[in-house]
Design a binder for this molecule. Structure first.
Ligand SMILES: *[C@@H]1O[C@H](CO)[C@@H](O)[C@H](O)[C@H]1NC(C)=O
Ligand SMILES: *[C@@H]1O[C@H](CO)[C@@H](O)[C@H](O)[C@H]1NC(C)=O
Length: 300
């Protein structure tokens, strides 16, 4: 019975015409298309790196201010495979607070094949696109305390492209090789961040919106319980704890189960696009996790 139910759920998800796409569209239903203007020439940074013109490349990659908003950020293309002219697009936001010490967090959207610009504009970047295609500030952007590196990955996703169909990744090795090449180049342009802590989101921390019907919290928990992994024994014994942001909060933000460095978080009142639904809870979660603050409520 459980098996049959599970199959029904999985096939519903698989048969949904592109769940992420559908969500994306429904979030943007009322957005008009931007006026077609001159968007300029794409910036390819690899030739600058190879010519040792790091400073020049860096200056060119600085993104100009948007009306009313002036957040320092850098964007451009990194060539990851010359044979096929494959290029990955990145957009980097140094942390607003103490960027010299802040961890660098690489954001890779799900999918695979979802553009990380979705994370930037919809989930936790500093900008939100309004219904008339202007930008406004987001409350609780992750870029406040973390240097966020958004990469459209793998090649073919979002702005990232290749000139040859052979340039598309066909396995995880291809994905890793291209991404690794982009990261090596990125840290050549921004060497001052090389020694900072570096996080690839999605590897250690697992989180679910409690109301997520695409990847349900209960199913995540079930697979964590059933899987054989390094922390299995400790995880199974770990107590599920209540997490509140502040001591004085009447509302519970979510629930935590921790096994060593591994944290599993269920966030109340959120669905699949969690930071969009619960910006403050998502912001608190990533900060507690990355800065190792534990899950006790703050006094206040
Ligand atoms: C370019 O891509 C091809 C096909 O995936 C691969 O065989 C080759 O090693 C890649 N070259 C580099 C420099 O990564
Ligand atoms: C639309 O754009 C104008 C500026 O051109 C701005 O003042 C207004 O608040 C925007 N509307 C929305 C819903 O953000």
């Amino acid at each position: 019975m459980v098996g049959a139910m599970w199959k029904v759920i999985v096939s519903l998800v698989l048969l949904m015409p592109g769940p992420c796409d559908g969500l994306f569209r429904s979030l943007y239903r009322s957005v008009s298309m931007p006026p077609k203007g001159d968007s300029g020439q794409p910036l390819f940074l690899t030739p600058y790196i190879e010519a040792g013109k790091i400073q020049k490349g860096r200056e060119l990659s600085l993104v100009g201010p948007f009306p009313g908003l002036n957040m320092k950020s850098y964007a451009g293309f990194l060539t990851v495979n010359k044979t096929y002219n494959s290029n990955l697009f990145f957009w980097f936001f140094p942390a607003q607070i103490q960027p010299e010490d802040a961890p660098v967090v690489l954001w890779l959207q799900g999918g695979p094949g979802g553009s990380s610009m979705f994370g930037l504009f919809v989930e936790h970047g500093p900008y939100v696109v309004t219904s008339n295609m202007t930008l406004r500030d987001r409350d609780f952007p992750w870029t406040t305390t973390l240097s966020m590196l958004y990469i459209d990955n793998p090649v073919g996703t979002g702005f990232s492209f290749t000139d040859d169909t052979h340039g598309y990744a066909v396995n995880e090795d291809d994905v890793a090789r291209d991404l690794y090449s982009a990261l090596i180049q990125f840290f050549q342009i921004f060497p001052e961040y090389k020694n900072n802590d570096f996080y690839v989101t999605g590897e250690v921390l697992i989180y679910n919106g409690q109301l997520d019907i695409i990847v349900a919290a209960a199913l995540t928990e079930r697979s964590l319980m059933g899987m054989d992994w390094k922390g299995s024994q400790e995880y199974k014994k770990a107590e599920k704890k209540v997490w509140k942001i502040f001591k004085s909060d009447s509302e519970v933000a979510g629930y935590i189960r921790q096994a060593g460095d591994f944290h599993q978080v269920i966030i109340r009142g959120g669905g699949h696009i969690l930071p969009y639904d619960q910006p403050l809870r998502a912001f608190d979660m990533i900060n507690r996790f990355i800065y190792g603050k534990g899950w006790d409520p703050y006094v206040g």
